[in-house]
Design a protein around this ligand. Structure first.
Ligand code: NAP
Length: 279
C-alpha cells in the first residue's frame, strides 16, 4: 500500500513515513541523507516535534527544495499548549523547519492546559494558513471523545500512538474509534524503538520466514503487518539511507491472510490495558 487518505484532510499521504526522534544522534549529514533517501523512495510523510532536539532543523535541511513532495507533521509539547503558546511554538517550529506551513500539527500528549485552549490555538493557526490540519498524540478513547466534543466532527486529522508487534493495545478501542470518526491512526515506534524481535531466534524467526518468501526483510514485514488495517500509517525512524530505502520496500509488500494470521498468533495483542501505553 502506497498512500491513503489522511483522516478528514482529504490528502493522500504515504502509509509508510519517517520518524525523527533521536535522528540527531546520527551525524548531521547522514541524517539528512537518510531522510532524503526516504523521500526519494516514497516515504514522504515526515514526523518531527519541537522536543526532538535538532530533529526539526535536520528535517528543514533535508526537505529544502522538496517541500511540495512532503506531508510534514510536527508537535507541540503540552506545557506550551495554551492558545497563544501553540501559535508561538508553531512559529518557532516553522523557522527551524524553514517552511511557511505544516501539513499537520499535533498535541504531543494530553496535558494540563484546557484542551479548549489548545484547539483554539490550532484553529487560529489553521485560519492563518500556518497549518493545514491538526491532530493529537497519545490520546485514549476518552481523550478523543473530549476532543471531539470540543472541536466537532472531522476536525481531528489524526491520533499518533504507540504501535508495534509486541504492543498492539490500540487495536482494542483506539483504532476502531479512529476509523469510525474519520481520524487517521499513525502508529509510532513500529520497531519498538530498536527493540525488534531477533530475526534469527524465537518469535523473530517467523518474520524471517515470511520475509524470505517475499524476497524482503523482517523489518519490512513488520511495517506491512502494522499497516494492514485501513486508515493506519506508520513512521519508522532511521538515520541511515540504506535502511530508509529498505523500509520503503514495505510499500509494495502485501501479506496474505495466512501470513497475517500467523503473525497475529505469534505476536498476540493481549488484553486491553487500563491506560494507553506510551513512550
Ligand atoms: P522505531 O522507528 O520503532 O525504531 C527506530 C530504531 O530502529 C532505530 O534504532 C533505527 O536505527 C532502527 N531501524 C530503523 N530501520 C531499520 C531497519 N530497516 N533495519 C534495522 N534497524 C532499523 O523507533 P522510534 O524512533 O521510537 O519511533 C519512530 C518515530 O515515531 C519517532 O522517530 C518519532 O518520530 C515518532 N514517535 C512519536 C512519539 C509520540 O509520543 N508521539 C513517541 C515516540 C516516537 P538506525 O537509526 O541506526 O537505523
Amino acid at each position: 500500500m502506497d498512500a491513503r487518505s489522511f483522516g478528514s484532510t482529504g490528502e493522500r499521504v504515504s502509509v509508510i513515513g519517517q520518524g525523527t526522534w533521536r535522528i540527531d544522534g546520527s551525524l548531521w549529514a547522514e541524517a539528512v541523507a537518510a531522510l532524503r533517501a526516504g523521500v526519494d523512495a516514497g516515504l514522504t510523510h515526515i514526523d518531527t516535534a519541537e522536543m526532538y532536539g535538532d530533529g526539526e532543523a535536520i528535517v528543514g535541511e533535508a526537505i529544502a527544495g522538496l517541500r511540495e513532495e512532503v506531508f510534514l507533521v510536527s508537535k507541540v509539547v503540552p506545557g506550551n499548549a495554551t492558545r497563544r503558546g501553540v501559535v508561538r511554538a508553531c512559529e518557532q517550529s516553522l523557522r527551524r523547519l524553514r517552511t511557511d506551513r505544516l501539513d499537520c500539527y499535533l498535541l504531543h500528549w494530553p496535558g494540563n492546559h484546557p484542551l479548549e485552549e489548545t484547539i483554539a490555538g490550532f484553529e487560529d493557526l489553521r485560519r492563518d494558513g500556518k497549518i493545514l490540519s491538526w491532530g493529537v498524540s497519545n490520546f485514549d478513547v476518552d481523550d478523543l471523545e473530549a476532543a471531539l466534543r470540543i472541536a466537532g466532527p472531522y476536525r481531528i486529522a489524526c491520533n499518533q500512538v504507540l504501535y508495534h508487534l509486541r504492543e498492539r493495545s490500540i487495536e482494542h478501542a483506539v483504532i476502531p474509534w479512529c476509523a469510525a470518526n474519520g481520524v487517521a491512526m499513525v502508529g509510532y515506534s513500529p520497531f519498538g524503538s530498536g527493540d525488534f524481535p531477533d530475526p534469527t531466534s524465537g518469535d523473530g524467526r517467523l518474520l524471517s520466514r515470511i520475509a524470505e518468501a517475499h524476497g524482503t526483510t523482517p523489518h519490512a514485514v513488520a511495517l506491512a503487518f502494522l499497516t494492514r488495517l485501513d486508515n493506519t500509517f506508520t513512521i519508522p525512524k532511521t538515520g541511515r539511507a540504506a535502511r530508509a530505502a529498505e523500509n520503503a520496500t514495505a510499500r509494495d509488500l502485501a501479506l496474505d491472510e495466512a501470513e497475517i494470521t500467523a503473525l497475529d498468533a505469534q505476536f498476540p495483542r493481549g488484553r486491553r490495558p487500563k491506560t494507553l501505553p506510551m513512550l
